[in-house]
Design a protein around this ligand. Sequence first.
Ligand SMILES: Cc1ncc(COP(=O)(O)O)c(C=O)c1O
Length: 356
Amino acid sequence: MTDCSCLEGLAREDLKGMEPYDAYYAPGIIRLDANENPHDFPTEVSRFINSQIGPQFYGRYPDPLARELIADLSGYFGSGPENIMVGNGSDELILNIMLAFGSGKKVFIASPTFSMYALHARVAGAVPVNVPRGPNFEIDVQTVLKAAGGDPGIVVLCSPNNPTGNAADIRDIEAIAGSVKSLVVVDEAYVEFGGESCLPLLDRYPNLLVMRTFSKAFGLAGMRVGYLLAHREIVRELLRIKQPFNVNSFSQLAARSVLKYRELFEDRIKAIIKDREYLVKRMESIPGLRLYPSVTNFICFKTAAPALEVYRGLLKDGVMIRYIKTPEGEELLRVTVGTARENNIFTDRLQLLLGD
Ligand SMILES: Cc1ncc(COP(=O)(O)O)c(C=O)c1O
């Protein structure tokens, strides 16, 4: 190996402690760790997608502004196209938000929550500040206002929240948006499964931004399409730093097709909600579990046994869920609602593991 001492001092010091994102990859395992849609993608929709691919489709760059997809989203939400932006997954949008509005500032994050907010804040040279949620993971409005009451920065609220599964009261979000000088980002990645959307607040609070994704309810995690709705001035700032061809042609087409056939997905969403209720019942019958109420496609829980051991035990048994150590030091487990078969295998193995 070539001596690399000449690389010393080149990398950013402030990112030294950060680990690269490492999604576990294990073919053949039951994956209940990433909150994906477990249902097969509808054949009717994949047929339609294939029928739309012409001879120029692969050789040309995608539309950089995803105009047709944005027009469809605009029709879907009744908002102007100038209020919408799409990204290579909402992950990319989170980074863009941090780069455009956060660099050199503070990002107040209602915690525990999705880890990418803090990671992207650091990448953008912003300072993430975790603002602890209440005992049942509700947003603590007073603590958020106290923390974010000063100079403008960004406040990030995820609702329904990953990993805890609960939705915010939109009056709390309104109270925050109306009081702080910061950009208030509400991540509604799971809102199709439950909880109240903040979209109606957009007209009243120009500092509010609502982010969503095609990855969860609409089963397009592999295509990487997220979108956001906000005041046109906010969208304009974000477009300044957007990668030119961030959403590829296939993904734009897939997202448009999902919108066209959305009633097929609505049936799947209903099925997931029904399966979640069944999974909750099964889990409630296992002693030593504390379940948190969920309006999403996953369930957050604690075990009397050490959480990391439970996670590892299930993994050894071929079922992957998520182990989370929160910034506040709490240990949580999170299981995605899978197919009925996967949910049964998970609960059977969990029960065996916990020795009941
Ligand atoms: C709350 C939340 N926001 C955003 C994302 C990322 O979604 P996307 O696939 O659109 O990047 C996830 C993915 O797990 C999430 O849980």
